[in-house]
Design a protein around this ligand. Structure first.
Ligand SMILES: C[S@@+](CC[C@H](N)C(=O)[O-])C[C@H]1O[C@@H](n2cnc3c(N)ncnc32)[C@H](O)[C@@H]1O
Length: 433
């Protein structure tokens, strides 16, 4: 009877998952798969997200039944949300506190009537409140007018509206509602600013000095986004809400405390100098997740060694991969022609970091459990860093055997590469024997 119940529950979950993903046909399950059109995934544009269908496939193809899934690089919560729709418990580890809140907000169970009520309170509160520029006094001076050398990300008027919205969001009683509305506000912060953000960081918009956004427009955009999110929550409220644990920490360390997992699915940062702390910097400062330059430095230092933007102690490269030895040999020999002399150390440390995470995954996994990783290759001064091959060669030292490799996007530019270089993105499947 139990067995029949769980089978029918699984079927219902699959139907609900397909309703959410609209049973669409995708040419790739990797990044840039078009997740931005799905409910929940539009709350914050996260172009490095993979398709939720990858989670469905991994669960279906797993050699052992999947009760609990681990994602050590949670990002925008694709794994957690997809697992929840599919009735599978999950643990997500994500270092960026804003993104950790995005995952929590997406997987939380809400009463949509109460959310609508609280949205009304936020709007009325924001209209009544005189925004305080002091709220942003700990942000870097470039953030708020007068800025630095006449350049700033927000005019004083817009900053006051953001502050009024944040004050009234923080006055809500229900913490999960505060988090959701903060996340929604985070989703429009760049759109209402004088900058745009891409893989290379922040740039001022052309003609930003003449682009006058009104505070009422900010309020309108927030209300529209929040109302759409509430509609989506309501439309999917009967989905299964399997437990989704979110750990806001460095997965190289935090994974050691995770156990009892049947499947691991993740996509790590690629070793291409894309710094996620830079990319989400506006949200981190404005929403109050960072309040000093030290906070920013600590956060950057806790991310995977995939970039050279900060000085750090790089871990020693692991031994045992001819492909890694080859790439590092060439990189060190071309050190002077690289745009940063730290690139060879960063690349070596990247694999040491991946080793720490994957060893932790092996310990957390049940026997026969699999690790599904979407990884991207890099290239510096014409020297290829074949991440998929290197990880496959190193896997046995971390207690994992190679099962399968599948190109996800061979000759197309990866989102994580800023859309420029032609580098492979690959699904690698490893297993714990
Ligand atoms: C490629 S994204 C993951 C995208 C995710 N699969 C999705 O669909 O949204 C990689 C994530 O790893 C996070 N990250 C980087 N270093 C980390 C660390 N040491 N521990 C945990 N998360 C980390 C970044 O903040 C980023 O959100």
């Amino acid at each position: 009877m139990d067995w029949q119940n769980s089978l029918s529950e699984r079927k219902t979950a699959e139907v609900q998952f397909k309703d959410w993903t609209q049973n669409r046909k995708l040419s790739t399950l990797g990044t840039n798969a078009g997740s931005k059109t799905l409910p929940f995934q539009t709350w914050h544009r996260f172009k490095e997200a993979y398709a939720p269908e990858l989670i469905e496939r991994a669960i279906q193809e797993s050699e052992i039944p999947v009760r609990r899934l681990l994602d050590t690089f949670g990002g925008s919560g694709t794994s957690a949300l997809a697992a929840q729709f599919l009735g599978v418990e999950s643990t997500s580890i994500e270092i960026n506190p804003f993104l950790a809140d995005v995952i929590k907000a997406k997987t939380q169970q809400y009463e949509s009537g109460m959310l609508t009520h609280d949205l009304g309170l936020v709007v009325r509160g924001a209209l009544r409140t005189e925004g305080r520029l002091e709220r942003f006094s700990t942000c870097p001076p470039t953030f708020i007018e007068p800025g630095v050398k006449g350049r700033y990300i927000y005019s004083a008027d817009i900053a006051k509206m953001l502050s009024a919205l944040l004050d009234s969001i923080e006055a809500l009683k229900e913490q999960s509602h505060q988090r959701l509305f903060k996340v929604i506000l985070g989703g429009i912060l760049v759109a209402v600013s004088n900058v745009y953000v891409n893989g290379k960081g922040r740039r001022y918009r052309r003609g930003w000095e003449n682009r006058k956004i009104k505070p009422e427009t900010v309020l309108d955009m927030f209300v529209q986004s929040a109302a759409r999110a509430i509609e989506e929550i309501h439309a999917h409220s009967n989905r299964r809400h399997a437990k989704a644990e979110v750990i806001n920490a460095d997965s190289r360390v935090a994974v050691k405390d995770v156990s009892d997992v049947d499947l691991v699915v993740f996509s790590p940062p690629y070793p291409n100098s894309f710094d996620y702390t830079d990319v989400y910097n506006v949200e981190l400062w404005v929403l109050g997740y960072l309040s000093s330059l030290d906070d920013n430095k600590i956060l950057r230092g806790s991310t995977l060694s995939s970039h050279v933007q900060i000085a750090r102690d790089y871990q020693k490269a692991p031994c045992g991969s001819p492909a890694l030895d080859h790439s590092l040999g060439l990189l060190y020999s071309k050190k002077d022609s690289l745009w940063s002399p730290w690139i060879p150390q960063m690349v070596g440390a990247y694999f040491a970091d991946m080793g720490a995470v994957l060893k932790g995954c092996t310990n957390a996994l049940s026997k026969g459990g699999e690790v599904w990783m979407v990884v991207g290759n890099s290239q510096y001064a014409g020297v290829p860093v074949d991440v998929d091959q290197i990880l496959i060669e190193l896997a046995p030292a971390w207690g994992l055997t190679f099962k399968k490799r599948e190109p996800f996007r061979s000759m197309r530019a990866s989102a994580q590469q800023g859309g420029k270089q032609q580098l492979a993105e690959t699904l690698v499947i490893l297993a714990k024997q």
